[in-house]
Design a protein around this ligand. Structure first.
Ligand SMILES: [Zn+2]
Ligand SMILES: [Zn+2]
Ligand SMILES: [Zn+2]
Ligand SMILES: [Zn+2]
Ligand SMILES: [Zn+2]
Length: 496
């Protein structure tokens, strides 16, 4: 998965020497000196506006890294995704008439793709047919309450796994979690499909419900799946923009990205998949910085920051740590040393990458002025298990991104949260908690309060620096069909 790549020797190139400089400069000067709102080019281009943009190939990037050393690129192949209206092989739209004749649960755009997929689908199809057709499995979902319907689907997965004698992959689970049934009454007769996004199905106009509120996001979800299918995951280019003055974060991520890229050509052309991927890596440092600006009066002058990230996941938090330079270190000119400690029972960093990732590459100017980013991975460890005998570990802020603290199923069936909650509350420092949906955050706070005495520094609210990549939501799918990482935020602190 790690690929070593030698970049062309080009010598240091500063961002000011980019091509197309005059146009860029003009816009930049506009932003700084002219507040009149007559130039449309200075409005951020949000992700929905980028829906129709063609994929921006890496060669079209107009930003060149100023270092010419070896760079590691991580190419993770995107996982398979199931959607009931899309061909399992090519993700093209297809209606119910194209369903697998046997199980009726998956669709194909053509006979060719059906045949192509047969070897992989065969075993699962047999069990699906037995459970869903012979035993009237999915027909039993009709008119269940939202909670009953969720339990029903979880149980169905268990039955299928038993029948298959193995656990299902994520995309296979999606066949059961998001089947072609009306989202309201869960029946399968005479289903209609939204003609715009073609991603949501309902049995009648009434059961279409609040779909219009989600249609744009469904379109985005589908468009990202489609670009991802053809071009794989992308690693967005990151400009080097060092600030001489402490940077107060703007109103939201769209504004921040526009400012970071100074409305460059690359910025103007970024497709929604690239933009979503950028938001996905940026949300981690920006949400942390946002929390620091909310809870530390001296954030502008502080010389070191130490951040503990609890429940870290390699694919979300850890693989692109250079983002911490571009969107954290470069925003705080007084900051000399940034310490990041990632801990989590599910954190697994491939052995060959531990050293490479922990040595975060920073730009020449930061390096020569003695600034540093130190990284520690506490792999497969729970936060409360980490030795803290010396008392030396005093982070300034603790982050829990999308932890789902309210869940009592915990890790491997053990509810380990109470011990972790007690430990981070005892430190009496700001603790940032985020969630996928609005509903979860108050439940998280309630969970913390059931263990420790805390005060809420920042009331639960929409996180302006949430990720913009939609994913389907299961836990409250009747009201919120799509969700985003770090979507809602709160800050708490153990009471002194
Ligand atoms: Zn196809
Ligand atoms: Zn089938
Ligand atoms: Zn219905
Ligand atoms: Zn729609
Ligand atoms: Zn730097």
């Amino acid at each position: 998965m790690g690929r070593k790549k030698n970049k062309n020797k080009m010598g240091p190139i500063l961002p000011e020497k980019k091509s197309g400089i005059s146009g860029e400069k003009l816009i930049k000067d506009d932003i700084e000196s002219n507040n009149s709102l007559n130039s449309s080019s200075k409005y951020p281009i949000d992700i929905i506006s980028r829906l129709s943009y063609p994929f921006i190939k890496p060669s079209e990037k107009d930003i060149i890294s100023e270092d010419d050393e070896e760079e590691y690129e991580f190419n993770f192949r995107p996982r398979l995704v199931f959607s009931c209206n899309l061909c399992l092989v090519c993700l093209k739209f297809c209606d119910s008439s194209a369903s697998c004749e046997a199980c009726g649960m998956v669709s194909y755009c053509s006979v060719k793709h059906r045949q192509e997929n047969l070897p992989q689908h065969k075993d699962l199809c047999k069990v699906l047919t037995e459970v869903c057709k012979t035993n009237k499995g999915l027909l039993l979902a009709k008119d269940l309450s939202p909670d009953q319907y969720r339990t029903f689907r979880v149980k169905l997965i268990e039955t299928i796994e038993k029948g298959l004698g193995r656990s299902l992959d994520l995309w296979e689970k999606e066949i059961i979690l998001y089947p072609r049934l009306c989202r309201k009454c869960h029946q399968r007769e005479g289903l209609l499909c939204c003609p715009k996004c073609r991603m949501d199905v309902y049995c009648c106009e009434e059961h279409r419900g609040d779909h219009d509120q989600w249609c744009d996001q469904y379109q985005l979800f589908r468009r990202i799946l489609s670009i991802q299918k053809s071009h794989g995951n992308v690693v967005p280019e990151l400009p080097n923009r060092r600030h001489k003055e402490p940077y107060t974060l703007p109103q939201n991520l769209d504004h921040q990205i526009a400012e970071l890229f100074e409305f460059s050509q690359y910025y103007k052309k970024m497709d929604c998949h690239t933009y979503a991927s950028l938001s996905h890596i940026a949300t981690v440092p920006l949400t942390t910085l946002f929390a620091i600006q909310k809870s530390y009066e001296n954030w502008k002058t502080k010389k070191d920051f130490s951040v503990d990230i609890i429940g870290a996941e390699f694919h979300f938090d850890c693989w692109n740590l250079r983002i911490w330079e571009k969107m954290f270190l470069h925003y705080l000119p007084a900051l000399n040393s940034l310490t990041l400690t990632f801990t989590g029972p599910e954190l697994q960093v491939p052995q060959v990458l531990v050293e490479i990732l922990a040595k975060v590459k920073i730009c020449t100017q930061c390096r020569t002025s003695g600034r540093s980013i130190s990284v520690t991975f506490n792999q497969e460890k729970l936060y409360h298990e980490i030795d803290d005998l010396t008392g030396l570990n005093r982070p300034d802020v603790i982050c829990l991104f999308n932890p789902g603290l309210y869940r009592e199923t915990g890790f491997n069936g053990r509810d380990t949260w109470p011990l972790t909650i007690r430990k981070f509350c005892k430190k009496k420092i700001p603790v940032v908690i985020t969630s996928y949906t609005e509903k979860e955050i108050p439940q998280d706070i309630q969970r913390i309060k059931s263990v420790s005495d805390v005060e809420v520094i920042l009331e639960p609210q929409k996180n302006p620096f949430a990720a913009l990549k939609p994913d389907r939501n299961f836990v409250s799918d009747d009201t919120v069909p799509l969700m985003y990482k770090n979507n809602f935020i709160t800050i708490i602190q153990g009471k002194i």
